[in-house]
Design a protein around this ligand. Structure first.
Ligand SMILES: Cc1cc2nc3c(=O)[nH]c(=O)nc-3n(C[C@H](O)[C@H](O)[C@H](O)COP(=O)(O)OP(=O)(O)OC[C@H]3O[C@@H](n4cnc5c(N)ncnc54)[C@H](O)[C@@H]3O)c2cc1C
Length: 397
């Protein structure tokens, strides 16, 4: 297990560019976006034109070619400024472009991956259904074979970017009896396909800039060109994308923790009580230390996992069984720890702000609401613990 790690000059320059972009373009609009609960179309467009929607995608397919490490840098920096923008780019990139890059045919890469990586189209990923959440292999949306075509019927829920997406990577059951072992197929579904519509959009506790949409499929006819990977092998397509998503989600959590720490440091040095800045009180100092220690540890965890995924490359056929198991365990560990550490850190940072931390519209109040979902989506933390414990029992540490 390689431990040493250094950012390349390109990655350092990329971080500086993203930081400046996020502070200049996103920072000023976040409070209003959150209050109005609006998808940030203008800043998303600007991010698309900067190439930020294709960071890990190789240049030959229209991306920036900065790998998973570059992609985590993007999400860490976005996470410092706004969790909604991080979630929008994350759903598109980890869960939309990854399956296309790993499993798409040359023609699918040309038709769907190129435009997505160049920022000309937005992607979403749709696995969850009313009856299938943690038990994600129990998909009930039916993909009925009609010769070499399929007809999709069912309802998907909780789709990030679902209202705005041009194309959705959508999982449906080609055989209800087989479930995840041969019964689930991944499809590429374009907006405007007859029978495919967006239903209700959820009101949420946080991530107010993102849409969380229901998708309705009413006898939607799709051809073989819309099948991503092989018929019956969709569950592995979804799980491989989630391995990438969980690491990038951890990078966004890291950014959220860093912003909370910065805010707590600044506030505690400037807020005076009992004649002293509150940063002079040990109770506050220990909270700052705990947040700082977790930030320090999480940086290593996130970039170790991202660099490991970069070393594996973009062809799942070239991965050994051991590669896959290591990758899945590491991404579950990182996602679970990051989301819980971030929730704790932001809670403590809010406490340091006293009453002000509870006032609607302060960045720490928004961060508190935004952070909670990371313990739930892309697999709840109970499911991450199942993944880790099963692997420990099977293989040892
Ligand atoms: C804002 C938001 C955005 C989302 N974006 C997307 C998206 O883009 N695409 C998509 O497909 N989905 C998305 N989701 C869905 C998300 O991934 C699911 O909500 C999540 O996986 C949990 O599923 P569930 O809500 O059905 O909960 P359930 O599976 O019903 O779980 C309920 C509780 O039971 C626990 N539990 C379930 N099974 C077990 C078990 N075996 N052992 C121990 N505990 C268990 C869970 O951990 C949880 O605490 C999103 C959800 C939200 C809220």
């Amino acid at each position: 297990m390689p431990i040493e790690f250094e950012f390349t000059p390109d990655q350092v320059a990329f971080r500086a560019a993203v930081r400046s972009f996020a502070q200049r373009e996103i920072g000023p609009i976040v409070a209003e976006m959150d209050e109005r609960e609006e998808f940030p179309t203008a800043t998303v467009r600007r991010m698309q034109s900067e190439g930020y929607f294709g960071v890990p995608v190789p240049e030959e397919f229209g991306g920036l070619g900065l790998g998973k490490v570059g992609y985590c840098i993007l999400l860490e920096e976005m996470g410092q400024v706004d969790a909604s923008h991080a979630a929008i780019v994350g759903a598109h990139t980890s869960l939309g472009t990854t399956p296309l890059l790993y499993y798409g045919t040359a023609e699918q890469k040309r038709r769907w991956l190129g435009p997505a990586a160049r920022g000309e189209s937005l992607l979403a990923f749709s696995l969850t259904e009313p009856g299938s959440g943690s038990d994600s292999g129990a998909v009930h949306t039916v993909a009925e074979a009609k010769g070499e075509r399929f007809e999709l019927t069912g309802t998907k829920i909780y789709v990030t970017n679902g209202r705005e997406a041009d194309t959705v990577v959508l999982l449906a059951a080609n055989d209800l009896k087989l479930g995840p072992n041969g019964g689930v197929t991944a499809f590429l579904l374009d907006r405007g396909t007859p029978g495919f519509s967006v239903g209700r959009c959820e009101k949420k506790m946080g991530l107010h800039g993102t849409s969380t949409a229901e998708l309705i499929l009413d006898h939607v006819d799709v051809g073989p060109e819309n099948i991503l990977g092989e018929v019956g092998k969709g569950f592995i397509v979804a799980m491989t994308a989630l391995d990438v998503g969980r690491v990038s989600l951890a990078a966004a959590s890291l950014g959220g923790m860093e912003a909370a720490l910065d805010s707590a440091l600044e506030f505690s040095k400037n807020r005076t009580q009992f004649g002293l800045p509150i940063s002079e009180f040990e109770a506050i100092q220990f909270k700052l230390a705990d947040i700082g220690m977790h930030v320090h540890a999480l940086r290593y965890l996130v970039y170790h996992a991202a660099a490991s995924q970069d070393r594996l490359g973009n062809d799942p056929k070239a991965w050994s069984r051991l590669d896959r198991m290591n990758k899945t365990r590491e991404s579950a560990v990182v996602k679970c720890l990051a989301s819980e550490w971030a929730a704790d850190a932001i809670d403590e940072a809010l406490q340091i702000h006293g009453g002000l931390g509870y006032i609607r519209g302060t960045p720490i109040e928004r961060a508190y609401r935004d952070a909670r979902i990371s313990e739930i989506f892309e697999g709840t933390n109970e499911i991450q613990r199942l993944v880790v414990s099963r692997d420990l029992i099977a293989r040892g540490r």
